[in-house]
Design a protein around this ligand. Structure first.
Ligand code: FMN
Length: 256
């Protein structure tokens, strides 16, 4: 047993999963909703075997997933609290369906985005079944509302994380005096990274600015200047406004 209830430590955007069967349309809330592939996009939902939804979706079936907005918390609570076996949830107050464009199943309007899916894989888990849907069509809400974030309770998205440090690692490429330096910094400024080499004998070499890529990352290969001992070298990677990273050379990098 897991007294900790470890799933309450995870964070996700709640999904509104819509299914159809024998003329009925059903909707349930699923916090265990995740993208699991990009091209084409695939989305996975994890469904308790006791839920009516589990009966309504199987391999080859269509379903839709709306990533709920924070304004849909009350609706999520309802469709996540009652089963379609007890009441026809398609008549729920405040629930607005839009017809699917590529599948027969409607999608819930008012979320961050909605995805029309066809179930292409299933994984049986204890008491649960994960259904993976290939996304065949999608709908965005413009302007995009804030997502409904689940982390034990339901939350608004918080404030963006402030980036405070360069994080780096460096390794000597095998057999030479070439050092590969990898570093990350925030994406939203494209300031170059400064690299400084500090030798054991106290010699310091400033290597100037190295541009980051579109993700704010750096991957640079640097020749250690003549006269600087590679052994014991320390590398400082800096960027304005951030705490610098100071790293020792890792063991020689094995090329694969
Ligand atoms: C915020 C929230 C998140 C939920 N996430 C899940 C989930 O990821 N998987 C699941 O099986 N049930 C989840 N549930 C519970 C189902 O939505 C609930 O059992 C629902 O009544 C099932 O409806 P159905 O029987 O009509 O399919 C969640 C409920 C709430 C309120």
């Amino acid at each position: 047993m897991f007294p900790l209830q470890p799933w309450k430590k995870a964070t996700s955007t709640v999904g509104l999963v819509v299914t159809r069967g024998s003329g009925c349309t059903n909707v349930m809330a699923a916090e265990w909703t995740y993208f699991v592939a990009r091209e084409p996009p695939h989305i996975a939902v994890v469904i308790n075997e006791k839920n009516w939804t589990a009966e309504l979706v199987g391999l080859g079936d269509s379903f839709t997933v709306t990533l709920a907005s924070s304004g849909q918390a009350d609706l999520v609570d309802f469709v996540g609290g009652f089963s379609g076996r007890d009441v026809d949830k398609s008549t729920t107050s405040g629930l607005r369906f839009e017809p699917g464009s590529s599948v027969e199943v409607p999608w819930v309007a008012g979320g961050v985005a909605a995805f029309e899916c066809v179930a292409v894989a299933e994984l049986d888990l204890p008491q649960y079944r994960q259904v993976v849907g290939e996304v065949v069509d999608w709908h965005e809400t413009v302007p995009e509302p804030a997502p409904l974030v689940k982390h034990d309770g339901m939350y608004h998205l918080g404030i963006p994380v402030e980036r405070v440090a360069v994080v780096a690692a460096a390794g000597l490429l095998s057999g030479g005096r070439t050092v590969r330096v990898c570093a990350t910094g925030p994406v939203d400024d494209d300031l170059p990274f400064g690299i400084r080499l500090d030798a054991l004998d106290g010699t310091t070499v400033e290597l100037g600015g190295y541009p980051c890529d579109e993700y704010g990352d750096l991957l640079a290969e640097i020749e250690v200047p003549e006269g600087i001992a590679v052994s014991g070298l320390t590398i400082q990677v800096s960027r304005p406004g951030l705490r610098s990273a100071v790293v020792r050379l890792a063991r020689p990098h094995v090329e694969s």
